[in-house]
Unconditional design. Sequence first.
Length: 209
Amino acid sequence: MESFFAGIQQQWPAGRADYHWHVLLDPGPVRAQLTLPYRELVHRAGLAPVLAVWAHVTIERLAPVADVSDEERAQITALVRQDCAALAPFYLTTRRAEVWRNGIVCPVSPEQPLHQLWRITTAASRQVTDGRFGTGGALAHPHLALAYAVGHVDDAPIQAWLLDHDVPEVRLRVSHVSLVAQRHGGRDITWQLSQAIPLGAKSEKEHAL
Protein backbone atom coordinates (compact mmCIF):
# COMPACT_ATOMS: atom_id res chain seq x y z
CA MET A 1 0.00 0.00 0.00
CA GLU A 2 1.02 3.61 -0.56
CA SER A 3 -0.02 6.82 1.21
CA PHE A 4 -3.61 7.84 0.60
CA PHE A 5 -2.97 11.43 1.59
CA ALA A 6 0.08 11.89 -0.63
CA GLY A 7 -2.09 10.86 -3.56
CA ILE A 8 -4.79 13.48 -2.93
CA GLN A 9 -2.61 16.39 -1.79
CA GLN A 10 -2.67 18.21 -5.14
CA GLN A 11 -6.41 17.89 -5.61
CA TRP A 12 -7.28 18.44 -1.95
CA PRO A 13 -4.50 20.08 0.11
CA ALA A 14 -4.19 19.41 3.82
CA GLY A 15 -6.16 21.89 5.91
CA ARG A 16 -8.53 23.05 3.15
CA ALA A 17 -12.23 22.54 3.82
CA ASP A 18 -14.12 20.94 0.94
CA TYR A 19 -17.82 20.11 0.80
CA HIS A 20 -18.55 16.40 0.54
CA TRP A 21 -21.78 14.46 0.52
CA HIS A 22 -21.56 11.44 2.83
CA VAL A 23 -23.62 8.67 4.28
CA LEU A 24 -22.74 8.92 7.97
CA LEU A 25 -23.23 5.85 10.13
CA ASP A 26 -24.12 5.43 13.79
CA PRO A 27 -20.76 5.35 15.63
CA GLY A 28 -22.05 2.91 18.25
CA PRO A 29 -22.61 -0.09 15.96
CA VAL A 30 -19.57 0.85 13.87
CA ARG A 31 -17.36 0.83 16.98
CA ALA A 32 -18.77 -2.45 18.31
CA GLN A 33 -18.96 -4.38 15.04
CA LEU A 34 -16.10 -2.93 12.94
CA THR A 35 -13.62 -0.80 14.91
CA LEU A 36 -13.12 -3.30 17.74
CA PRO A 37 -13.03 -6.53 15.67
CA TYR A 38 -10.44 -5.01 13.32
CA ARG A 39 -8.42 -3.12 15.94
CA GLU A 40 -5.47 -5.52 15.81
CA LEU A 41 -5.31 -5.13 12.03
CA VAL A 42 -5.49 -1.35 11.64
CA HIS A 43 -3.16 -0.29 14.48
CA ARG A 44 0.01 -1.08 12.56
CA ALA A 45 2.96 0.98 11.41
CA GLY A 46 2.14 2.99 8.31
CA LEU A 47 -1.62 2.93 8.91
CA ALA A 48 -3.90 5.60 10.39
CA PRO A 49 -7.06 3.96 11.77
CA VAL A 50 -10.42 5.66 11.24
CA LEU A 51 -12.26 6.35 14.50
CA ALA A 52 -15.89 5.23 14.56
CA VAL A 53 -17.11 8.83 14.85
CA TRP A 54 -15.53 9.58 11.44
CA ALA A 55 -16.80 6.47 9.67
CA HIS A 56 -18.48 7.35 6.38
CA VAL A 57 -19.34 6.31 2.85
CA THR A 58 -18.49 9.07 0.38
CA ILE A 59 -21.17 9.90 -2.17
CA GLU A 60 -19.63 12.94 -3.87
CA ARG A 61 -17.03 15.65 -3.44
CA LEU A 62 -18.72 18.93 -4.30
CA ALA A 63 -16.11 21.74 -4.21
CA PRO A 64 -13.93 23.79 -1.85
CA VAL A 65 -16.09 25.48 0.78
CA ALA A 66 -14.68 28.89 -0.19
CA ASP A 67 -15.95 28.45 -3.76
CA VAL A 68 -19.59 27.81 -2.83
CA SER A 69 -21.70 30.75 -1.69
CA ASP A 70 -24.14 30.45 1.20
CA GLU A 71 -27.00 30.98 -1.24
CA GLU A 72 -25.77 28.22 -3.54
CA ARG A 73 -25.36 25.83 -0.62
CA ALA A 74 -28.90 26.59 0.53
CA GLN A 75 -30.31 26.03 -2.96
CA ILE A 76 -28.40 22.78 -3.42
CA THR A 77 -29.48 21.36 -0.09
CA ALA A 78 -33.10 22.38 -0.75
CA LEU A 79 -33.11 20.42 -4.02
CA VAL A 80 -31.49 17.41 -2.38
CA ARG A 81 -33.99 17.55 0.48
CA GLN A 82 -36.87 17.63 -2.00
CA ASP A 83 -35.67 14.55 -3.89
CA CYS A 84 -34.59 12.59 -0.82
CA ALA A 85 -38.06 12.97 0.67
CA ALA A 86 -39.24 10.28 -1.74
CA LEU A 87 -36.23 7.97 -1.19
CA ALA A 88 -36.84 5.48 1.61
CA PRO A 89 -34.25 4.72 4.29
CA PHE A 90 -32.29 1.57 3.56
CA TYR A 91 -29.69 -0.80 5.00
CA LEU A 92 -26.08 -1.14 3.92
CA THR A 93 -24.04 -4.28 4.40
CA THR A 94 -20.33 -3.77 5.03
CA ARG A 95 -18.54 -6.80 3.67
CA ARG A 96 -15.32 -8.25 5.07
CA ALA A 97 -12.33 -5.91 4.99
CA GLU A 98 -10.02 -5.86 1.97
CA VAL A 99 -6.60 -4.41 1.23
CA TRP A 100 -6.84 -1.65 -1.37
CA ARG A 101 -4.06 0.43 -2.87
CA ASN A 102 -4.28 3.19 -0.22
CA GLY A 103 -5.82 1.53 2.80
CA ILE A 104 -8.00 -1.11 4.40
CA VAL A 105 -11.66 -0.84 3.49
CA CYS A 106 -14.97 -2.66 3.74
CA PRO A 107 -16.87 -2.66 0.44
CA VAL A 108 -20.55 -1.87 0.95
CA SER A 109 -23.72 -3.04 -0.74
CA PRO A 110 -26.30 -2.69 -2.16
CA GLU A 111 -24.95 -0.03 -4.47
CA GLN A 112 -28.24 1.03 -6.09
CA PRO A 113 -29.49 3.41 -3.34
CA LEU A 114 -26.01 4.95 -3.11
CA HIS A 115 -26.01 5.54 -6.86
CA GLN A 116 -29.42 7.16 -6.47
CA LEU A 117 -28.02 9.51 -3.81
CA TRP A 118 -25.13 10.33 -6.17
CA ARG A 119 -27.58 11.19 -8.97
CA ILE A 120 -29.61 13.40 -6.63
CA THR A 121 -26.65 15.33 -5.21
CA THR A 122 -24.80 15.79 -8.51
CA ALA A 123 -27.96 16.91 -10.31
CA ALA A 124 -28.63 19.51 -7.62
CA SER A 125 -25.10 20.94 -7.78
CA ARG A 126 -25.14 21.06 -11.59
CA GLN A 127 -28.48 22.84 -11.60
CA VAL A 128 -27.48 25.47 -9.03
CA THR A 129 -23.90 26.13 -10.18
CA ASP A 130 -24.42 25.62 -13.94
CA GLY A 131 -21.95 22.76 -13.69
CA ARG A 132 -18.93 24.96 -12.98
CA PHE A 133 -17.41 22.40 -10.63
CA GLY A 134 -17.81 19.54 -13.07
CA THR A 135 -18.92 16.05 -12.16
CA GLY A 136 -16.76 12.97 -11.95
CA GLY A 137 -17.85 9.59 -13.17
CA ALA A 138 -20.64 7.67 -11.53
CA LEU A 139 -20.03 6.53 -7.98
CA ALA A 140 -17.59 3.62 -8.14
CA HIS A 141 -16.72 0.98 -5.56
CA PRO A 142 -18.64 2.36 -2.53
CA HIS A 143 -16.80 1.53 0.68
CA LEU A 144 -16.16 2.37 4.30
CA ALA A 145 -12.50 2.96 5.18
CA LEU A 146 -11.12 1.32 8.33
CA ALA A 147 -7.57 2.69 7.97
CA TYR A 148 -5.63 4.91 5.58
CA ALA A 149 -2.09 4.17 4.50
CA VAL A 150 0.19 7.08 5.44
CA GLY A 151 3.31 5.64 3.88
CA HIS A 152 4.52 2.49 2.17
CA VAL A 153 3.03 -0.58 3.86
CA ASP A 154 3.82 -4.23 3.13
CA ASP A 155 0.39 -5.74 2.72
CA ALA A 156 1.47 -9.42 3.03
CA PRO A 157 1.03 -9.54 6.86
CA ILE A 158 -2.31 -7.77 6.51
CA GLN A 159 -3.53 -10.25 3.91
CA ALA A 160 -2.42 -13.08 6.21
CA TRP A 161 -4.36 -11.59 9.14
CA LEU A 162 -7.49 -11.31 6.99
CA LEU A 163 -7.22 -14.96 5.97
CA ASP A 164 -6.96 -16.00 9.63
CA HIS A 165 -9.79 -13.85 11.01
CA ASP A 166 -13.40 -14.20 9.94
CA VAL A 167 -15.09 -10.92 10.91
CA PRO A 168 -18.82 -11.10 10.06
CA GLU A 169 -20.52 -8.74 7.64
CA VAL A 170 -22.33 -5.84 9.32
CA ARG A 171 -25.76 -4.43 8.43
CA LEU A 172 -26.23 -0.71 9.16
CA ARG A 173 -29.27 1.52 8.67
CA VAL A 174 -29.02 4.62 6.49
CA SER A 175 -31.59 7.32 7.25
CA HIS A 176 -29.84 10.53 6.08
CA VAL A 177 -27.44 11.91 3.52
CA SER A 178 -25.16 14.58 4.93
CA LEU A 179 -23.30 17.59 3.55
CA VAL A 180 -20.07 18.14 5.48
CA ALA A 181 -17.23 20.65 5.36
CA GLN A 182 -14.34 18.23 5.41
CA ARG A 183 -10.58 18.53 6.02
CA HIS A 184 -7.64 16.21 6.28
CA GLY A 185 -4.42 16.64 8.21
CA GLY A 186 -2.27 14.13 6.39
CA ARG A 187 -3.31 11.30 8.72
CA ASP A 188 -7.03 11.61 9.25
CA ILE A 189 -10.24 13.03 7.78
CA THR A 190 -12.57 15.14 9.93
CA TRP A 191 -15.48 17.44 9.22
CA GLN A 192 -18.12 19.83 10.45
CA LEU A 193 -21.69 18.88 9.63
CA SER A 194 -23.47 21.39 7.40
CA GLN A 195 -26.77 19.62 6.69
CA ALA A 196 -28.19 16.19 7.52
CA ILE A 197 -31.04 15.52 5.13
CA PRO A 198 -33.50 12.77 6.05
CA LEU A 199 -34.58 10.07 3.65
CA GLY A 200 -38.25 9.23 3.29
CA ALA A 201 -39.60 12.40 4.88
CA LYS A 202 -42.47 12.49 2.35
CA SER A 203 -43.68 8.96 3.11
CA GLU A 204 -43.36 9.52 6.86
CA LYS A 205 -45.49 12.66 6.58
CA GLU A 206 -48.12 10.83 4.53
CA HIS A 207 -48.16 7.96 7.05
CA ALA A 208 -48.70 10.44 9.88
CA LEU A 209 -51.66 11.93 8.07
